[in-house]
Design a protein around this ligand. Structure first.
Ligand code: TMP
Length: 215
């Protein structure tokens, strides 16, 4: 049986990551893998209810942090761990790096408390921490992201935040990437769509997760 593979997609709102997940799923399926596409907060009926609250209901930052980790706990137990145990490829639109970037960076919440919650929720039976094997970080100047978002849908509690919030979120991602450089692959999200797509597929190939097609 194949070994399970867990890949997360991260970046500030407006970085355009979600539009590339389908292409990655198609590439893995073409390579013969079974793919589970999921997202956070969300991915289970309970976690989707929590998502709705986190995106739309007013709350303090500790409640927000506890809720995203509660959603993550259910998501790991119901979807991610079973899929990895089957040997599937799990493509997750955001994971814990988003909590460090948004609650830690954006909201200024205590990084150490988030680290404790991360250990509580992501500890595996062997004591190791469940983390994505690879995190594709769609890095984009927050100012460009803000311009993209201005013409987009009705903003939620995060998308409606000022530029400074997104600069802090961006810094939060940079700090996480700096702390775990092997896991993170940085994608220049300001490039043209096709160039971004090619760069995403190239990263997955160069890490040995996707086969390289030679003409
Ligand atoms: P999405 O729009 O990319 O689906 O993400 C939903 C929003 O939730 C996005 O603005 C980032 C935010 N978020 C957090 O604040 N903390 C988290 O842990 C996660 C996973 C997302």
């Amino acid at each position: 049986m194949q070994t399970g593979l867990f890949i997360s997609f991260e970046g500030i709102d407006g970085a355009g990551k979600s539009s590339h997940i389908q292409a990655v799923a198609d590439a893995f399926r073409a390579a013969g893998r079974t793919v589970v596409q999921t997202r956070e907060p969300g991915g289970t009926p309970l976690a989707e209810k929590i998502r709705d609250m986190v995106l739309h209901d007013a709350m303090d930052t500790l409640s927000e942090a506890l809720l995203v980790f509660a959603a993550r706990c259910d998501h790991l137990n119901q979807v991610i761990e079973p899929a990895l145990a089957r040997g599937d490829v799990v493509l997750c639109d955001r994971f814990t790096d988003a909590t460090f970037a948004y609650q830690g960076g954006g909201r200024g919440f205590d990084w150490n408390v988030l680290t404790q919650l991360e250990h509580w929720v992501q500890a595996m039976p062997d004591g190791k921490l469940r983390q994505p094997h690879m995190t594709l970080w769609f890095a984009l100047d927050p100012q460009i992201a803000a311009q993209r978002l201005a013409s987009a849908r009705v903003p939620d509690r995060f998308e409606s935040q000022p530029l400074k919030f997104f600069q802090q979120v961006h810094q939060g991602y940079a700090d996480r990437a700096h702390a775990d450089p092997k896991r993170f692959a940085q994608i220049q999200a300001a490039d043209e769509l096709q160039a971004v797509r090619a760069s995403v597929l190239h990263q997955l190939q160069s890490h040995g997760y996707l086969p390289v097609h030679r003409a």
